[in-house]
Each structure stands twice: as structure tokens, then as C-alpha cells.
Ligand binder design. Sequence first.
Ligand code: NAD
Ligand code: IPM
Ligand code: MN
Length: 352
Amino acid sequence: MPAFKIAVIGGDGIGVEVIDQAVRVLEAAVAKTSSKLSWTKLPWSALHYHKTGVMVPEEGWDLLKQHDAIFLGAIGHPSVPDHIPVHGLLLPMRRQFDQYVNLRPSFLFEGVESPLRDKKPGSIDILFYRENTEGEYAPVGGRLYTGTPFEVAIQTNTFTRRGCERIMRAAFEGAGKRPRKKVTSITKSNAQTFGMVLWDECFKKVSGEFPEVQSSSLLVDAAAMDLVRKPEHFDVMVASNLFGDILTDLAAMVTGTIGLAASANINPERTFPSMFEPVHGSAPDIAGKGIANPMAAILSGAMMLDHLGLASASLAVRDAVARVLKAGNSRTPDLGGTNSTSEITNAILAGL
Ligand code: NAD
Ligand code: IPM
Ligand code: MN
């Protein structure tokens, strides 16, 4: 019986609430297979940092490496400045474990209403490949003359040929497996003439390696507009770290709610564990109320099962979520309902 070791970092706020529910669903789905999941629960979070002064203990990274995957809720708490947990755990994890592919699907499920008029189920079906290790998030820069009127802050975008080409190749490979076989690259080379021009040059080169896949390039401002004007037009989108971050929140809303947006931070070479987390954050505004939508975390868990080779359990989880959405009688407030986080989980478990 293959057993997979999963490191679980619920994090802060609704991160913990949704991950606890997702673990219940994944347990139930895998119980029907010959595999097993074992969970290592880790308390690392912004709140934990507030209490202990430690974000990740010294041996923490080695401990994570001993796992087959990492399942994360969200980190961020009003008691701690956001850059501390983000630069102490989340971004170092994506870089150290070379999780350079951030896969983020946006799909309009049956039974979910888009805020855009007259959108049919399945008509919006976008798969984002967000670059996850460099670009605008590279910790390159510094501050000078701190606290004086002459203060300077420099934040340097860092684009490498390797970094651009590998995320683009992943996007083209992914698009080749989808019916529409189309990749749109998101750029801003009209304004950012170093990094984004290199990005465009890499896109041109990599698109030449995949003649069977249609390719086009779109400026990020126009892409924001078109995600509202004609989201059906997009199939695979490949974007830099920051552009991908922003557009995936937008696409999440266009497909109904951030409460359904799943993501996978993949190390394709499998040298390191990949990490699975919902797109959303710790949502301090609703934390502790028991009303967070657990579906984004559950769908992220389904992506984790797929990554572990448990394809049928993964599909079963996704189908169970889709059936609850279609039935329409169990919904958290973000979807216009009045159900609690655990009631949604119960409905999904019943469907499994
Ligand atoms: P957020 O995603 O936490 O919340 C934005 C809005 O969406 C809020 O109104 C929230 O109530 C709602 N929302 C989010 N998830 C929901 C869900 N599952 N169900 C229902 N409603 C949901 O973004 P924010 O408010 O900008 O950030 C809050 C904190 O989370 C910050 O500290 C931020 O840095 C952190 N954050 C962490 C991660 C992560 O750990 N991966 C991701 C994003 C934000
Ligand atoms: C996300 C989050 C993170 C990001 C933050 C918390 C740094 O918004 O995963 O989308 O920007 O990558
Ligand atoms: Mn984000």
C-alpha cells in the first residue's frame, strides 16, 4: 500500500479552517484506493511567529523535504506585517523547492453565476501558468537613507532566459494536451523594455518549438480588459509572477468567487516537494466565523492527488465539488448562500 507523506501548514485565519475541511475530503477520497495519506501538521504561521518569534524553525526546510507534497492554507495575520510570513515561508518555499510552475485553473462551474452576464457553464475555462520563482518577486534591491527625506527604495525585477523559457515550455506542453491548444503570453514590453522584452523574445523562441499550439501575446492592461470583455477567448495563459498573481484573482471573480480558485506550485522535476494551496489568503474579515468557502482548498487538494498519481481519487473529489455546485442547495455566502464551511464539506463528503 503506497503511503504518501503530506506536510500540512494550515497557516492563519481561514487558511486553517479550509485546510482542516479539505483534509477530511482527501482522506475520504483516498480511503477508497489502495493508497494512504499520512499528515504532518505544522503550526507555522504569522500568528505563530507573533507568539514565538519563529516563522520556520531551523530544521524546518529539511523536514519539508522529507514529504511527498505540502498542503498549505494561507498565511498572514493582522498582528504581523505581511512581508514577514511571506518572505519567511511562502516565497522562499517556492524558490528553494524550485516550484517554478504555478498552475491556476479558472473554470465556470455549472450552478455558479459569473458576475458577467449570460455566461454558460464551462464557457470560461482558463489555465494560468504563472512564473513562480523570479520576475517582480525576486528579493533584489534595497533601501538607502532610511527614514530621511532622501529615502530611496529600489526593487529590481529579475527575468532570466532560463526562468522565462521553462515556464513557457510548461505552458505550451500543457496547452498541447487541451482541446483548444492555445497559449496567450502576458507582457508589458512596451513599458518595461529590459525584462519584458526578454520575456517576449523567449516566448517567440519557445512558441517555435510547438507549431501545433497557437500562440499570441497580449499586453497586461489589455488582458485585464479582455478577461472581462471576452474571457471565453482564453485557453492557456502564461504570465510573470506579479501579472499572474493579479490576473488570477481577476479570473477567479469572473468565474464566480475566489472561494473556488485552486492552485498548485509545481516542481516538475520532482527534486523537491510541490506545494498545493488555494489562491486566496487568510481573509481576516471572515476568519473565525466558519463561513469560508472550503472548495478552493479542496480543489487544490484534488490537484495534489493528481500530482501524487492518484488520478481517480482526484477526479472523484473534483466531481463531488462540481455536483454540489450544480445542485445549488449548499453554498457559502461568497456564492450567495448561508451554509457554513463544514456544511459544504459534509455535502461534498456525502457526494463522494
Ligand atoms: P484574501 O484572499 O484573504 O481575501 C480577499 C477577500 O476575499 C476577502 O473579502 C475575503 O473574505 C474573501 N475570501 C477569500 N477567500 C475566501 C473564501 N475561501 N471564502 C469566502 N470568501 C473568501 O486577500 P487579502 O484580504 O488581500 O489578504 C489577507 C491576508 O492573506 C494578507 O495577510 C495576505 O498577505 C495573505 N495572503 C496569503 C496568501 C497565501 O498564503 N497563499 C495568499 C493571498 C493573501
Ligand atoms: C498568492 C498570494 C501571494 C503571492 C502573496 C501572499 C505573496 O497573493 O499566492 O496569490 O502574491 O504570490
Ligand atoms: Mn495572490
